[in-house]
Design a protein around this ligand. Structure first.
Ligand code: ADP
Length: 590
């Protein structure tokens, strides 16, 4: 399994800059509003300081009342501005997240099928759910919180500097310990938490397997062994938790202890300055209040920094999807005719040995070719090469003289279709489900395609083509879903069909109905069918027997039966039973 790539730090930074650049105005408005709110928030401590100074200088109650009223006004204005700032912030966040999601969907749809298959569905699923929403929260909540907290801190400390530069320096002197311990913590935290997560997952895994296999454990007297396993895992979790706890105890203790430090220093320095009459008592009070106010944004900043790091990592994984080279655009013009030719094709799955050892095959336009062979012989692999999903390691698979993997992907899908057991019904109307195969198809064509594949359930739909399908709406049975897929195929109108296990999983009655529908789709097309029932092979123009990645016999049904080889033996054995059951493993020719 090869995972999808992850973007470099530089790429993530560039993407973030681009994102902000695209929303320059919105970001500007948000910042301006927050800054204004923070400035309005600066007034009360300063006014309080002024009150202190006036009172020490001797003033009347009316002045104090007036100043107190102004303080109230400032608090109100600051609250209002903050409210609008948050509103604007969320609007920007939601827009940006919507854009990111759209880009992600676009990138994902552009991924070559084989890359997705190799990476495994889990990787892409995690990125599209967990990572995209982590990036969403980061952009919407975390980044604004951090930016706002930073702006507030800058203003608060700036204000202390304005009161007196020496007070400002004293305030700053309290910060290095916070900065140092935060760096120390962040360096260690992410790996420690990853280890803790992994240890918990291992413990759960061990406990569930023991519980699920309880009978086996008892029967084979494995109890002691399992208990030992469990104990080791619990010890692992204990160690991991202790490690993260140790980090937290250091971090939070140092940070909590550091918060009062700037205030204490300002009071000390302020006292010294006051005795030399270099500052007023009011200024010292205001400075202390500013620093008291700074605790809240400082706290938020520290809390969210880790979250921001997690968001950064998720963003790198989301952007990584875009780093996969898209399917090459290919050349359209060079393919003439529809003759499918396989020459000396060899193929191996990533890192494995060859599973196809030099396949030679020619399929005439309009021909029906059945491929039979034991499971693991390479039938599905050959079907993937023919459909151009994978390219052969050696040799060539070409259509009309042009390698299928060189065809433009859209063009290729228009001409060759691989039909498998997977027949997905997309959430949407019947029309939506049909239209993406043929966007220009008229309603009449859609209805006629459904009729051709025998989808008689269509007549009962309340809203015809507009009836919604899928979860919470009309659910289609397996056979109905397959008919829908076949109607889609009719509309897409490819000239070559590759059928891989198209009806193998259905029960015999359903399979017969589906086969009738399929027969209607096959008319006038080149068909390569991986045969699971020998009557499919019997009805084909030619049969190819695949064993161990090689074609061992090829010819018409009658020729092969007359030749008396593996196929002939299989046919006689199967015929004697006179039924239509799929070939069992034992009966597959080898
Ligand atoms: P068939 O369709 O005849 O059952 P396949 O083409 O599925 O055979 O498989 C041929 C060989 O390739 C088997 O040995 C199988 O284990 C291997 N194989 C199939 N798919 C993969 C894959 N995705 N990765 C690695 N090996 C695979």
């Amino acid at each position: 399994m090869s995972r999808l790539p992850v973007a470099e730090r530089g790429t993530v930074r560039r993407a973030l800059r681009d994102l902000i650049g695209r929303h320059r105005r919105a970001v500007g408005v948000v910042l301006a509003l927050h800054a204004a709110a923070a400035v309005a928030g600066l007034a009360p401590p300063w006014l309080l300081g002024t009150i202190v100074d006036r009172v020490t200088g001797g003033t009347d109650v009316a002045t104090v009342d007036r100043l107190a009223l102004v303080i109230g006004g400032c608090v109100l204005v600051s609250a209002l501005l903050s409210r609008y700032a948050q509103y604007a912030g969320h609007r920007f966040g939601e827009r940006a997240v919507a854009e990111l999601r759209e880009e992600f969907v676009h990138r994902t749809l552009g991924l070559p099928v084989s890359v997705v298959e190799r990476a495994g569905a889990g990787d892409l699923a995690t990125r599209s759910s967990v990572d995209v929403s982590t990036v969403g929260t980061t952009v919407r909540d975390v980044v604004p919180t951090i930016v706002i907290a930073s702006v507030q801190l800058a203003l608060l400390f700036g204000a202390v500097f304005l009161l007196h530069p020496l007070l400002g320096l004293a305030a700053l002197a309290g910060l290095p310990s916070i900065w140092a311990v935060t760096r120390w913590y962040l360096r260690r935290a992410s790996s420690a938490y990853l280890i803790e997560g992994a240890a918990s997952a291992e413990l759960t895994e061990t406990l569930t397997t023991t519980a699920e296999g309880a009978r086996t454990v008892e029967a084979l007297r494995l109890a002691d062994d399992r208990i030992r396993h469990g104990t080791t895992r619990i010890a692992g979790v204990w160690r991991a938790r202790r490690a993260t706890l140790a980090l937290r105890t250091v971090f939070f203790t140092v940070v909590e202890a550091s918060y009062p430090l700037p205030i204490a220093l300002v009071l000390l320095v302020g006292g010294a300055l006051l005795s030399r009459e270099m500052v007023s008592l009011g200024a010292v009070v205001a400075a202390a209040l500013y620093l008291q106010q700074a605790i809240d944004p400082l706290d938020r900043l520290l809390q969210w920094t880790e979250q921001a790091q997690r968001g950064f990592a998720s963003f790198a994984r989301v952007l990584g999807v875009g780093l996969v080279p898209p399917e090459p655009p290919g050349t359209v013009a060079t393919s003439r005719g529809e003759r499918l030719v396989v020459r000396e094709a060899r193929f191996s799955y990533a890192g494995g040995h060859d599973v196809l050892h030099g396949i030679d095959l020619e399929v005439r336009p309009g021909e029906r070719l059945a491929i039979v062979g034991p499971s693991g012989a390479g039938k599905s692999t050959l079907a993937r090469l023919l459909a151009g999903i994978d390219a052969p390691r050696r040799g060539v698979v070409s259509i009309g003289g042009c390698p299928v993997t060189d065809l433009d992907p859209a063009e290729r899908r228009r001409r060759i279709a691989l039909v498998t057991q997977e027949h997905h019904v997309f959430i949407g109307s019947v029309r939506d489900n049909l239209a993406f195969a043929a966007p220009d198809a008229s309603d009449e064509q859609m209805r006629s395609a459904l009729a051709t594949v025998g989808a008689d359930w269509y007549a009962e739909l309340p809203d015809g083509l507009d009836t919604p399908l899928g979860d919470g709406a009309r659910q289609l049975a397996a056979a109905e879903a397959q008919q829908l897929a076949l109607a889609r195929l009719l509309l897409a109108d490819p000239h070559t069909l590759i059928l891989d296990e198209a009806t193998a999983a259905l029960d015999p009655t359903t399979a017969r109905r589906t086969e009738r529908a399929l027969a209607a789709v096959l008319v006038g097309r080149t068909v390569i069918a991986i045969a699971h029932r020998l009557n499919t092979a019997h009805d084909a123009d030619r049969v190819a027997v695949l064993a161990d990645g090689r074609i061992t016999e090829i010819g018409s049904h009658d020729e092969l039966v007359a030749a008396g080889g593996a196929y002939s033996a299989l046919w006689h054995s199967w015929h004697r039973h006179g039924d239509e059951r799929p070939l069992s493993r034992k009966e597959q020719p080898s």
